[in-house]
Write a protein that binds this ligand. Sequence first.
Ligand SMILES: [Zn+2]
Length: 86
Amino acid sequence: MREPTGPTWFAWCFSHGRMHNFIPCGEADSPDGAWCTADWVKLDGSTEEEALAAKTARFGDAQFIDQLPFDVQVGLYEQEWRPRRA
Ligand SMILES: [Zn+2]
């Protein structure tokens, strides 16, 4: 088993509708351990509970992209998802 190179971090994935946890592994293709290429947003917090609280504070109960207000969708697309795919 490979040793992690950093702390686990959390993201809410609006494509899969659930939390992801990513474990940095230092691999060249994904040094931060982000194995999902869909539409996730990194969350504050070092535990899943903290991350979920941060997600709820920012996005409420929205689980999938289409449950977010349109302007929030646009903001995330412009700031997070489009640059990641560039
Ligand atoms: Zn995902």
